[in-house]
Every structure is written in structure tokens, then in C-alpha cells.
Design a protein around this ligand. Structure first.
Ligand SMILES: C[S@@+](CC[C@H](N)C(=O)[O-])C[C@H]1O[C@@H](n2cnc3c(N)ncnc32)[C@H](O)[C@@H]1O
Length: 228
């Protein structure tokens, strides 16, 4: 059964996304010198309204569609039942490429960003990868709350927090970071997000995104075949 990592342990791994300071627990919030972040039903919301781009505000509005308990249960099971959706969206090839990359790294802890309800984590774990701690973050708190439901069948520790992937509230640089089908939601701002990620010196960032350019798509397929 999946265990939720308590806030007291989680706070050792995360930091203020904007100042990179250590966060302190204060009643039902996490605080840095400048910012206060609410903990919403156990999920720290590490986003400050005043710091986010317009495109990100739009994403929060557009992705806040799992609010009630029924909606969360339905969302956690969504790609389990809608088979045709699985075939289109969760391409087996993408996940089959990610798993060997993670296998070659220390994958005892993995940080998943833009994780939604955690469906790609479930599909990665079902491929037999033994991750001990999955840290899962999405922009939207209510989606983060779905993650423990999605991963309930696994013996794993899960740390969940909301964050904007342009400002990653993560202290360590050696934990592999996986971004699956989420970076493109930043539209033109994705380059800023990438440059911030690279300047944070994360050792391994694995990104799987849709490709709208057919030439690049063909080249990517060739590279994949060369690697196979
Ligand atoms: C297409 S969904 C993919 C979710 C998940 N990775 C999956 O494959 O099921 C894109 C997700 O990115 C999240 N998202 C959009 N902009 C984001 C941002 N700036 N930071 C973090 N997550 C973001 C959305 O809330 C949404 O859950």
C-alpha cells in the first residue's frame, strides 16, 4: 500500500521555489522569510499568486476540474477504463523509453513534475521499476490529491506537493526529474522554464513531450531505433 510521506519528512526535501530557502512548518502552512504556502488537505501548495505567469494562471483555471471526491476517484481511474484514450495518449513507446533511462540511474527517489493525477507514474511502476520514493507535483492541488489514489496498489512512499515547474521547490540535484506530457503547457514560456531547470544543475531531467513537427518526429524515431 502506498504511504504518504509526512510533511515533517517532506520539508527536508523541498524548499521555497522563489528564494530556495529552507521552509519551516507553521501550523497549517510552510513559510520562508518572504512567502507563506498553505497546506491544503495535506498537500503543500508551493505557488505564490504574485509570482506566476499569465499562461500558468490560465493552466490553473483550466486544470481545476477534479474537485469533489467522486471526481477524484473517477480521475484516478480514468485511463484504466477508457481504453481508446490509453492508446492515443499514453503511448507505450514513450514509457518504454523512460523506464530504461531511469533503470540506468539511481531511481530510488524520483521527482515527477506536471504529474496530474499520477497516471504516468502508475504505468512506469507497472513496468516493474522499483522506485522507493516518488515525489509527485502538479500545478493544481486537487490533481495532486488524486496521486495517492492512483498509486494505491504499490508499496511506495509518496511525497505530494503543488508547484509551478518554472520554479521547482526541490533542494537536491541528484534526484532524477521526469516531466511527462506537461512542459508544452507552458507554451512559449517553456524555454524560460528549461533554462531555469538547467541553471539549477539537476543532474538528470527526462522529458517526454508531444511533437508537432513531422521532421523532428521522424528524426526522433530514428534516434530511438538507434538506441534500441
Ligand atoms: C496533459 S497533463 C499531463 C499530466 C500527467 N503528466 C499525465 O501524463 O497524466 C498536463 C499537466 O501539466 C500540468 N501543468 C501545466 N502547467 C504546469 C506548470 N507550469 N507547472 C506544473 N504543472 C503544470 C497541468 O495541471 C496538467 O496536470
Amino acid at each position: 500500500m502506498a504511504n504518504i510521506i509526512p510533511i515533517e519528512k517532506l520539508v527536508e526535501k523541498i524548499c521555497c521555489p522563489y528564494t530556495k530557502e529552507q521552509l519551516e512548518i507553521s501550523e497549517n502552512s510552510l513559510v520562508s522569510r518572504k512567502f507563506t504556502y498553505d497546506i491544503v488537505n495535506g498537500v503543500p501548495n508551493l505557488i505564490s499568486e504574485g509570482q506566476i505567469e499569465e499562461v500558468v494562471k490560465g493552466e490553473i483555471t483550466g486544470n481545476s476540474f477534479v474537485e469533489t471526491q467522486e471526481e477524484k476517484i473517477h480521475y484516478a481511474n480514468k485511463f484504466e477504463t477508457e481504453q481508446e484514450h490509453v492508446g492515443i495518449y499514453y503511448t507505450e513507446r514513450d514509457l518504454d523509453s523512460i523506464v530504461p533511462i531511469l533503470k540506468d540511474l539511481d531511481h530510488s527517489s524520483v521527482l515527477f513534475l506536471g504529474v496530474g493525477g499520477g497516471m504516468e507514474v502508475r504505468r512506469i511502476l507497472r513496468r516493474g521499476l522499483k522506485i522507493e520514493q516518488a515525489y509527485c507535483s502538479d500545478l493544481v492541488v486537487s490533481k495532486c490529491q488524486v496521486v495517492p489514489m492512483t498509486l494505491k496498489e504499490f508499496d511506495i512512499d509518496i511525497g505530494v506537493f503543488a508547484s509551478d515547474m518554472s520554479y521547482i521547490p526541490w533542494k537536491g540535484t541528484d534526484t532524477p526529474v521526469v516531466i511527462y506530457q506537461a512542459l508544452h503547457h507552458l507554451a512559449d514560456e517553456y524555454l524560460d522554464a528549461l533554462s531555469r531547470m538547467f541553471s539549477s544543475n539537476y543532474e538528470n531531467i527526462i522529458i517526454a513531450e508531444p511533437c508537432g513537427n513531422s521532421l523532428i518526429a521522424v528524426l526522433a524515431t530514428q534516434v530511438r531505433q538507434l538506441n534500441a
